[in-house]
Design a protein around this ligand. Structure first.
Ligand code: GUN
Length: 287
């Protein structure tokens, strides 16, 4: 078997066109242009790359994006005050604080300071709670992007065995909740899991977000499984790879996402979609 490669870049392009249409509609009906504020603290090179991509993609679809940069040793109160200002600013519909934050920050204090109506990352407790009960407005962008990829490929989720490798608040945990909501049987593996392969081999759909290059080998997956690789790792030679041995596993899987060009563009795209949702929510009355 040779897997079909799911192009996140192609799906992202199609959703970004829908984003442009939604922005035109909200502008026409309410005179509103969606605004996104991105807060970046410190000089982490990967965070700078991700933020640049988010700002560029926002501008490309017609969202007005604002960057607020702070030095790595900034006092948390300074950033919290900025969040308060952005919460009160009617031109700003979405606020994102790029993670990770430097150690002087209490991450939850920061995330919970963002207005729940502008929480386009979906990390505020209110929105996390909504996700738990299957009624959230802002699904976290990376797992939301994975769900969209599967939807575009018309791959069924109900009744499937879904195995998630990685239990982070950003990807693994919200991914598990979304898959459960869609009717899957879900197992979540993590760094302490003994004998990872005994779980991964059962997966009809395997989502890997561990940050370990080459973690998933062909002998760990079932023939015909769907493999979604969320990992983004830079090797010593500069090459960007995921967590899956793409070469080997693509000979066994039925579908696989590449790195780069798989989940990455979807994360950014779902941020755009959530920002537009935030703008629509305030102003769009039902027709
Ligand atoms: N750092 C890594 N992924 C993310 C994400 O989805 N949102 C934010 N805010 N920071 C991140």
């Amino acid at each position: 078997m040779t897997a079909k490669i799911i192009s996140g870049s192609d799906v992202a392009k199609s959703i970004r066109q829908e984003c442009k249409d939604r922005i035109a509609a909200v502008a026409r009906r309410a005179g509103v242009i969606p605004g996104l504020a991105v807060i970046l603290v410190g000089d982490s090179a990967p965070s700078q790359v991700y933020v640049r991509k988010k700002l560029h993609a926002a501008q490309e679809v017609g969202i007005v994006a604002h960057l607020f940069e702070f030095a790595g040793d900034v006092a948390p109160e300074t950033v919290l005050s900025r969040i308060d200002e952005l919460n009160a600013d009617p031109r700003i519909h979405g606020i994102l604080v790029q993670l990770p934050l430097p150690p002087q920050f209490g991450i939850f204090e920061v995330l919970h300071r963002i207005s729940r109506d502008k929480d386009v990352d979906g990390f505020h407790l209110y929105n996390v709670g909504g996700l738990v009960v299957g009624d959230t407005i802002f699904p976290p962008c990376t797992p939301f992007g994975v769900m969209k990829l599967l939807e575009y490929e018309k791959l069924p989720i109900e009744g499937q065995n879904v195995v998630i490798v990685g239990a982070s608040n950003i990807v693994g945990k919200p991914m598990a909740l979304m898959m459960m909501q869609a009717g899957a049987t879900v197992a979540v593996c993590h760094a302490k899991t003994r004998d990872l392969a005994q779980f991964t081999i059962l997966a009809d759909i395997l989502v890997v977000a561990a940050g370990v290059p080459g973690l998933i080998l062909p002998q760990m997956v079932k023939t015909g499984c769907v493999v979604v690789d969320v990992g983004i790792n830079r090797l010593a030679n500069g090459k960007i790879v995921g967590d899956v041995d793409f070469e080997g596993v693509s000979k066994k899987a039925s579908y696989i996402t590449p790195v780069p060009g798989g989940v990455g563009p979807m994360t950014v795209t779902m941020l755009l979609s959530n920002t537009i949702t935030a703008a629509e929510k305030g102003v769009m009355a039902p027709i």
